[in-house]
Design a protein around this ligand. Structure first.
Ligand code: GLP
Length: 237
């Protein structure tokens, strides 16, 4: 994994933007794997303020809460419309359908979409417990899209966006670690001291399902962009 320590999320966004622009301009970005959360917002702001053209690109999102739809302001579909898709049109945008109650059907549909559209560049954030997408500690490194239960710590961390903690969905559809690992290039962003333990476990502890992001040590092309606070617990910077 290649680590870049940046001053703040603006510098991180600029670095990420330059990598994405180069991939796009060289015809290597046809399928763009996207993430939600507060972390990628500065990157999406930088991209949407630019002249980059995604009309020939397909996007595939990592995950979606189960039980809320695109019109719910905390759904990931709503987030993506707000921060990216309303400003930059794509050829197609794919997200899991949080309103589909037949989990087996929805996971099969999503896995088929990923198989037909191999991801060129995947954007990732990271949870405080090392989760990627919604692959929580303990998740198998061999998983494809699944219905997953959120851990209490993730529910608590994400509650800040909902009216009350009881409103946070308990389940989600998430691309699995194997689906994420199939992306040709991965760019993971992490900002703030709350991510320092996860960044340390991801980069400097042997891969283990205790830290889902540590699976990325086995990927050939991962770029980690972390600010000084998120990188604070690393021994090798
Ligand atoms: C959520 C998402 C992840 C995201 C993580 C961190 O649980 N499923 O994809 O990386 O939260 O969010 P934030 O960037 O807001 O810290």
């Amino acid at each position: 994994m290649k680590l870049f320590v940046v001053k703040d999320n603006q510098e991180g966004a600029e670095l990420g933007y330059n990598i994405i622009r180069e991939e796009l301009e060289n015809g290597r970005l046809n399928v763009f794997g996207l993430a939600t959360g507060s972390t990628p917002i500065s990157l999406y702001d930088r991209i949407t303020a630019s002249d980059l053209d995604f009309t020939n690109v397909v996007s595939i999102n990592l995950d979606e809460y189960i039980g809320i739809g695109a019109d719910h302001d905390q759904s990931y579909h709503y987030f993506m419309n707000e921060h990216f898709f309303s400003k930059k049109p794509f050829k197609a945008n794919y997200l899991p359908n949080g309103l589909e109650t037949d989990a087996a059907k929805e996971c099969a549909r999503y896995n088929a979409i990923i198989a037909e559209n191999p991801i060129d560049v995947q954007i990732l954030g990271i949870g405080e417990n090392g989760h990627i997408g919604f692959n929580e500690p303990g998740a198998s490194f061999d998983s494809l899209t699944e219905k997953v239960s959120l851990t209490e710590s993730t529910i608590e961390a994400n509650a800040r966006n909902f009216a009350s903690i009881d409103d946070v969905p308990r389940y989600a559809y998430s691309m699995g670690i194997k689906s994420i690992m199939s992306a040709k290039k991965i760019i993971l962003f992490a900002y703030g001291e709350k991510k320092a333990d996860a960044i340390h476990a991801m980069l400097e502890v042997a891969p283990s399902t205790d830290c889902p992001a540590s699976a990325l040590q086995n990927h050939a092309d991962v770029i980690v962009i972390a600010d000084e606070k998120a990188a604070a617990k690393l021994t090798n910077k």
